[in-house]
Ligand binder design. Structure first.
Ligand SMILES: [Mn+2]
Length: 322
């Protein structure tokens, strides 16, 4: 356990009167859950501090709580806590914030953010698993609502404990949150997983249109008209990509959407074997070894990224067969 590190984190939080918590753009339940759980815990533990969660609010995660609106000019000497994000370019909303120290809490491979106190480790399934460990081992207070946010983040980022990032420690944190705070897991799963029938039709569209190569790489450039037709959010692609994890015929898969407003292609990539974040990094992306994303402007890059991923599947299979 990271006793010394936790002491340092607690001390730094204690020393600041203004604290800003931030996480990555295009947030997921782990990003929002870890950000708001830690915010609420600091507020409970230190009622006199000014503590704010920044970044764009997402209506589908309203059940986790709301972001704060702040007057950035009033912030003069803040501590910045960044969660679930390894690089400055992907932090949501800190452009106008001046801060002194940084606490970083993240489970992605290390990139350019280095915290004054740095809790970075890819051994954790989620930022929420890290915050749970922090809160359970310091004087930072947890209540039931905070425990719920952390549980949701852990469940979401480990895909219900199915992903390779799930460890005994992941289960231990989930167990402690559920047991200590008597969490109603069924209702939490409903908030997290309830979908419309059209969301399933969107999944069916992907199944019906995906191409699978002889190397077991699956790919699809999603036709934008499908989003209007089914009235689903284009961000759905980044959620449904997780649902293809136990298909025997797939080793890795990539779905591309085109964001017409920002004139950018977005790739969602998952893998059950080949390491993909290295490839994603060639296309202005990154993430985890088996779960990555990329964003690029040139249409020609679609074929290039597909080819690289297909080749990674081929190499993986050759290696497996040796
Ligand atoms: Mn995460």
């Amino acid at each position: 356990m990271n006793k010394d590190l936790f002491k340092q984190i607690f001390k730094l939080i204690k020393n600041y009167d203004e604290i800003i918590l931030a996480r990555h753009i295009s947030p997921d339940p782990d990003a929002v859950g870890s950000q708001l759980a830690l915010r609420d815990s600091i507020r409970l533990t230190f009622p006199n501090k000014k503590v704010y969660a920044i970044g764009v609010g997402v209506s589908k995660f309203k059940y986790l709580g709301l972001m704060d609106k702040i007057d950035t000019n009033s912030i003069t000497n803040a501590l910045l806590i960044v969660l679930d994000v390894p690089n400055y370019s992907r932090i949501d909303g800190i452009e106008d914030i001046s801060y002194h120290d940084i606490i970083k809490i993240d489970h992605h491979p290390k990139e350019d953010i280095v915290g004054t106190v740095d809790f970075t480790s890819s051994k954790y399934s989620s930022a929420c698993e890290m915050v749970a460990e922090l809160l359970l081992n310091t004087r930072l207070i947890i209540n039931k609502q905070i425990a719920e946010k952390l549980f949701i983040g852990i469940v979401s980022d480990s895909e219900r404990f199915l992903f390779k990032n799930t460890t005994a420690h992941t289960f231990e944190m989930a167990y402690k949150l559920v047991a200590k705070f008597n969490l109603d897991t069924f209702s939490l799963y409903t908030s997290l997983y309830e979908k419309s029938f059209n969301d399933y039709l969107f999944e069916a569209y992907i199944i019906n249109n995906m191409t699978i190569t002889k190397n077991n790489f699956g790919y699809l450039v999603i036709d934008n008209t499908i989003f209007d037709k089914l009235k689903v959010d284009s961000a759905s692609a980044s959620i449904v990509v997780n649902n293809f994890n136990f298909i025997k015929d797939l080793l890795a898969w990539c779905f591309i959407t085109y964001d017409a407003k920002n004139e950018i292609y977005k790739a969602n990539i998952r893998s059950r074997g080949p390491i993909i974040n290295e490839i994603a990094s060639h296309y202005n992306g990154g993430g985890h070894q088996y779960a990555s994303g990329a964003r690029f402007i040139n249409k020609e890059d679609i074929e290039k990224i597909f080819n690289e991923l297909d080749k990674a599947c081929q190499e993986y299979k050759e290696h497996e067969n040796q």
